[in-house]
Design a protein around this ligand. Sequence first.
Ligand SMILES: Cc1ncc(C[n+]2csc(CCOP(=O)(O)OP(=O)(O)O)c2C)c(N)n1
Ligand SMILES: [Mg+2]
Length: 492
Amino acid sequence: MSEWMPAAGDTAAPEVEAVDALETRDWVESLHDVLRRRGPERARDLLESLQIEAQRSRVPLPVTSRTPYVNTIPADRQPAYPGDRALERRIKSIIRWNAMAMVVEANEKSSGIGGHISTFASLATLLDVGFNHFFRGPDHPSGGDLIYFQGHAAPGVYARAYVERRLSAAQVHNFRREFAPEGGLSSYPHPWLMPDFWQFPTVSMGLGPLTAIYQARYMRYLEDRGLKAETGQQVWCFIGDGETDEPEALGAISLAAREHLDNLVFVVNCNLQRLDGPVRGNGNIVQELEAVFRGVGWNVLKVIWGSEWDALLERDTEGLLARRMGEIVDGEYQKYTVAGGAYIREKFWGADPRLLQMVEHLSDDDLWRMRVGGHDPEKVYAAYRQAREAKGAPTVILARTVKGYGLGEAGEGKNVTHQQKALNLNELLQFRDRFAIPLSDEEVVGAPLSARYFAMSEGVSWNATARPRSRSSSRIPSGSASTSMTPACCRR
Ligand SMILES: Cc1ncc(C[n+]2csc(CCOP(=O)(O)OP(=O)(O)O)c2C)c(N)n1
Ligand SMILES: [Mg+2]
């Protein structure tokens, strides 16, 4: 065991820092050399030996169940995105509009009846990539996947179902009025009130994740006893980060790992907010959950940063940026969302002149627009694909999102956003512009009370990238989008 003998004048002088940097690079290069020659297994063995030696030498080790605060799947390991990004974005924007309009309309008809806009605003990409590329409907040869939807995001699931013409206009106009004579929609996933639509009740937070584990366990039991064919049917469970505070949410996760439930995927919508503030003001929910899930044996896939960060992380050979990312607490990250690019440059990048230099070619606006991972379909797709193919353990995807994404002044990333149920005219126009919704100003003035919801074949140009000012000018080109959207939430 070697004893540490501080040399005279051994402080953080610039020369020492320079030698440290060289030494770090040297170690990193050695790691790459081992990887090239002998592969990841040998690299892991070496690191394990080092870890044992370090512990024996009383080096305080970092908690090993936490990995750096970067995406688990690096950019060069991402599969190519198989969909039509422009078309998918367009459909998603329309769904966002429908979901928002549904809540605003319900609130205007009867103030206080409300519903939630901000939860789905953060979840839209996570759900859409699932609907477009992964979820299997009941008509799939292997049987339908079983999906537990985050309860407060129900407007988004209805919005999509309306686009697919699975719900009537009357139902959509009667959101939260399911007993209306012409039909309506229950506030939250409610299989008893809407037996043909919802599979599982999830809005009592914590019950979804708990029952999803037992659902997956029971499916595996039936397969093991030969009572059900092994078809690759999966259980997906979408939960909020605040929801993980409920004891039920995490109470059975060790059972899922012990039983090797690789038919189970959790997606945690880490928008960093609960009801009216950060989930972890002085902490980091993604890192905290990683430790908990990894500790009991789950595959953990962190989807933290969007594609805009890839080039910067590529150049981060000394790990400066990755380390800085891991230093910031959730409350501060939330502040970045509302405070803008100049603030981000000063507070985040300004911590080190080398970091500042990394982004000198980017404007404040660029810095502010760099997405987090849960809003980037390519990052989400990569994680879902790995989750679907995982063997031997359940997978949890920890996806960073922004609560109220796209609501701008009306509540994006703000503490009040959970309760946001109404938008003024200006906010509606901003929403229309941000998502290129094909409505003219005049139509927005009447919306959303005047039936400005969109469904397939209603004259929306699904392929357009530019925003037509009037809906009457365009038509749906083909049915390809609708056939790719099999709703896993609907029972036939
Ligand atoms: C058991 C339970 N307690 C309280 C509530 C009330 N409630 C509704 S949404 C919410 C916060 C949800 O936060 P999070 O899970 O982070 O979801 P987000 O809306 O941020 O996506 C709470 C406490 C509930 N639905 N269930
Ligand atoms: Mg939350």
